[in-house]
Design a protein around this ligand. Sequence first.
Ligand code: WTA
Length: 653
Amino acid sequence: MTDDSLSTHLDRATLEPDPAFTAQANGTQDMYAAAEADHEGFWAEQGRKYLTWAKDFDTTLDWSQAPFAQWFVGGELNVAYNCVDRHVEAGNGDRVAIHFEGDQGDTRTITYADLQREVNKVANALTELGVGKGDTVMIYMPMIPETVFTMLACARLGAIHSLVFGGFSAEALHTRINDAQAKIAVTTDGQWRRGKPAPLKAAVDEALEHADNTVEKVLVVKRTGTDVTWTEGRDIWWDDVVPGQSDEHTPEAFDSEHPLFILYTSGTTGKPKGIFHTSGGYLTQAAYTNAIVHDVHPETDVYWCTADVGWVTGHSYIVYGPLANGATQVLYEGTPDTPHQGRWWEIIEKYKVSIFYTAPTAIRTFMKWGHDIPDKFDLSSIRVLGSVGEPINPEAWLWYRKYIGSDKAPIVDTWWQTETGAIMISPLPGVTTLEPGSAQKPIPGISAEILDDEGNPFTEAEKVGYLVLTKPWPSMLRGIWGDPDRYRDTYWSRFGPKYYFAGDGAKYDERGNIWLLGRVDDVMNVSGHRLSTAEIESALVSHPKVAEAAVVGANDETTGQAPVAFVILRADAVSDGEDKDALSAELRGHVGKEIGPIAKPRNVMIVSELPKTRSGKIMRRLLKDVAEGRDIGDTTTLADSSVMNLIKETLGG
Ligand code: WTA
């Protein structure tokens, strides 16, 4: 295992854009200056370049009701027409839109012409069930084509979809259904999980038992053959109402600011925030970023984003961005290790995937499994790699590039949020000289700054501050559903109404690149020094024996807070009889060496699992409970609730 030497042997010249790539890249250096010179003019150009408007807009941006923005005012469009019909009209009906790979090895090839027919049928069925413009449709479904059809059918009708990730509980579902006042729910009997069926509709049934239920009909796709309980008059099989519909449907044009979807995300308080997005601005930036950041060329690329469609990454970079661009993509229902740990690489080889977009947590898992697994597959088709969701530590970046990107594919580390709707900070492949571990700079049309505690912008290197966005952008959230005050308070008050406060810590490096340092609630203060959990985690993961690390700031009598680390070791790098105390000491020393003595974790706890949410985010709050010797709090949002017991057992608590 020589991965530990990746960073030491880094040849910086290889991080410069390859001229051959630059020659064909969608993004260009000139775009930065053009956007800087005329922000609205630049976005107006993208709006007209990437979308087909039924009625052109007259005002690019109306910011008079700030922080409530309106983009492309006066414009009218149909989002589904833009993602489907216009590609068929342009003669690309035979192009594959979706290569579907099912968990059970079943596959389905869906061309744009097929997609048009399927979306139309679902739109007609939903109309029959009483769904119209402005109604909310709750979607609780796995990664199957019907989910995409349903989302697009809603968009086609001007109905607002609200997806809830298939791993959420009935209670979470109820809160979200109720907040959005959903009229119809669409679900499946069950979902495949690591080769086994798990019930899905059952949670919907339970969620609808509440007295305040608003859902009138439940449309059920048969996916696993799982037994379901049936409520006559309310529940309807998809197969009874969709296949028989006409496959024609005339799309209506809606206002640019017509709501497209609500997506719930957790905030610092208990109640989830219903982030809502509208049509013209959202779709413009989703398509534009998919073109210039992922560098999608719809005629030749095969694109694959591994996110679940129930998260914002799935919305913007499985459904809306790539389909608006007419791209060909892979949709995969299963998990990375079923039926074997090379499953993803097998899929890349099979479809010759050229653009691959995934999350650092997945990359670190693959590092843990070892590169000999991807080495067995032909990954030479890959030409762009992307990362999203959390900071990617330089070691993982270099591993990703070397073993998945054949040591040449540019990696775009894309920073954005459910709230921003689309990518905001990222290198452009073919344009930017890459910096492993950094999201680098705002893309053309986006402006960000880093502020100190007093709210003053600064540019000094290595000083830690708060990331803010300084200009409205087309795909920005239009608010929190039903709660305008919370929108203002959460995002536009920390540093005054001029700045969108993202909630992330950030710093510049010597080269002027932006490094995202994790949520500011994950930033700790140790003896007056501000330290990022992400930075310490990155240091730990750069040690050859560490696969994954999570760090929390635990209360400490002398230093205020102290870093406490939880690490998972690399199976292939440690021996059975490894002395854990000695290794903990070694890791503390390693962090001391990488960042400085102040960053040395007070304790390094070696564990076999980390508590993660279903979206793969580490739940540091629970680790903090352990680190501070408290009873462990609410574990209901954990993907696997037994993890905390396992951790307590390992630590002898
Ligand atoms: C974090 C996911 C560092 C960040 C698209 C942000 C990142 C939160 C990155 C949003 C990145 C996302 N580098 N941190 N490239 N991408 N984040 O709403 O803390 O699920 O605020 O959106 O994830 O998470 P969300």
